[in-house]
Design a protein around this ligand. Structure first.
Ligand code: PLP
Length: 393
């Protein structure tokens, strides 16, 4: 059992009165305090102007980096705001000085947007992509990874929790290999931050990319990048403005200290205020409590789904997290998704193209994805189970 007061948290989540929301790995329901932070900021802009609001309320945003630093156990100077996980991932990826023949080691479960950029660099720069095989649980095989590393290996880019299932890749074990072999390590933690305890020191990653709208319960258009302080000074961000660098003469600029060099001046300040509040909300609840509750509910859902006629649960890994994927014999996942939607139950479909290598390996076209957060209840899961049990060929 978790220590969370679920009824109180649901009362603070207006969306729970309207829908049964199992699309938390798409975008979760914001809590009211997050919305309040956003509207208050926008209201001030409406009344007094954008720049003037920055003078007045800008100090509130200062908590953003500190809150994220607390959440993932790093220094606030190692955190940069980004508008999405894809942007964060690319800011890191594009700051690495790749040469022809450099190798990037990735997981089978790699996310489409990451892989597209890898392919682009393969075409433009002649890097090589190497896919590390899975172990018997469907997780990255850490021994295989160790053996695949050679003197051309430049980066290990791993998806922690994929788009298409509850798999949790062994981020800490991978970090040990990266350290032992002196290879840069970029972790896509888009689906895990806010759901699982993330400690970048324990993981040992050089970069970590995350989004706000999923398990962090922040507004859309928010995310962040962590960059380990020991490497920041060696990195040239791919995109500069006067927030990330100083223009000091006609021929010179100086990059800002710390991860700020990865940020931009112009973002939605209101959304940033929302992310700051959402992060504080997680810290107040305790990520251990959140993780325990998510696991408890997801385990319940998987057990009950497996008992239904014709239903197959597809999540990989020896300890899958809050993202539950399944199929029902004879019914297309998108048909199920649409019927559930009509019954006021939000889920989504994980398509083959989201994680092409993995889906092809498992011979899957699509899966129904029900992603659970701590504010969901057993009763809501029972409602989904009831609807799924009714689907007939
Ligand atoms: C594993 C994974 N990585 C990255 C992303 C991209 O996140 P964003 O849309 O915030 O760029 C997603 C989005 O679903 C994802 O599932």
């Amino acid at each position: 059992m978790s220590n969370l007061n679920i009824q109180k948290l649901r009362n603070e989540t207006p969306g729970t009165k309207h829908v049964i929301h199992f699309n938390n790995a798409g975008a979760s329901l914001m809590p009211q305090p997050v919305m309040d932070a956003v509207t208050e900021y926008y209201t001030h802009e409406l009344k007094y102007g954008g720049y003037e609001t920055m003078d007045k309320l800008g100090h509130r945003l200062e908590a953003l980096h500190q809150n994220i630093a607390h959440l993932i156990n790093c220094n606030k100077n190692e955190v940069a705001f980004a508008t999405s996980a894809t942007i964060a991932w690319n800011l890191a990826f594009h700051s690495i000085d790749f040469s022809e023949g450099d190798e990037v080691l990735v997981s089978v479960a790699e996310y489409v947007s990451n892989y597209l950029n890898l392919l682009q660099f393969e075409k433009q720069k002649g890097i090589k992509i190497k896919v590390v095989p899975n172990n018997e649980y469907g997780e990255v095989d850490v021994d295989a990874l160790r053996k695949m590393i050679n003197r051309n290996s430049k980066l290990i880019a791993i998806t922690h929790v994929p788009t298409n299932g509850g798999l949790v890749n062994p981020a800490v074990e991978i970090g040990k290999v990266a350290k032992e072999k002196h290879v840069l390590y970029l972790l896509d933690a888009c689906q895990s931050v806010g759901q699982l305890k993330i400690d970048v020191k324990e993981i040992g990653c050089d970069f970590l990319a995350a989004t706000g709208r999923k398990y962090m319960r922040a507004p859309r258009g928010t995310g962040f990048l962590f960059v380990r302080k020991e490497i920041i000074d060696k990195l040239e961000p791919p995109l500069l403005d006067f927030h990330s660098a100083d223009w000091i003469s006609e021929t010179e600029y100086v990059l800002r200290e710390g991860a700020l060099r990865f940020e931009r001046f112009e973002e939605s300040f209101a959304a940033k205020a929302g992310l700051a509040t959402a992060t504080k909300y997680i810290l107040d609840l305790g990520i251990e409590n959140i993780e325990a509750r998510v696991y408890e509910l997801a385990t319940y859902m998987r057990i009950k789904l497996s008992e239904l006629d014709g239903v197959e649960v597809h999540d990989l890994g020896h300890n899958p997290c809050g993202i539950v994927t399944f199929t029902k014999q004879g019914i297309e996942p998108d048909v199920m998704r649409n019927s559930l939607y009509m019954a006021n139950i939000n889920t989504t479909v994980a398509f083959k193209q989201g994680a092409l290598i993995d889906m092809k390996k498992r011979n899957l076209q699509s899966l129904l994805r029900a992603s659970i957060h701590y504010y969901n209840t057993h009763e809501e899961i029972d409602a989904l189970l009831y609807e799924v049990s009714k689907f007939k060929k």
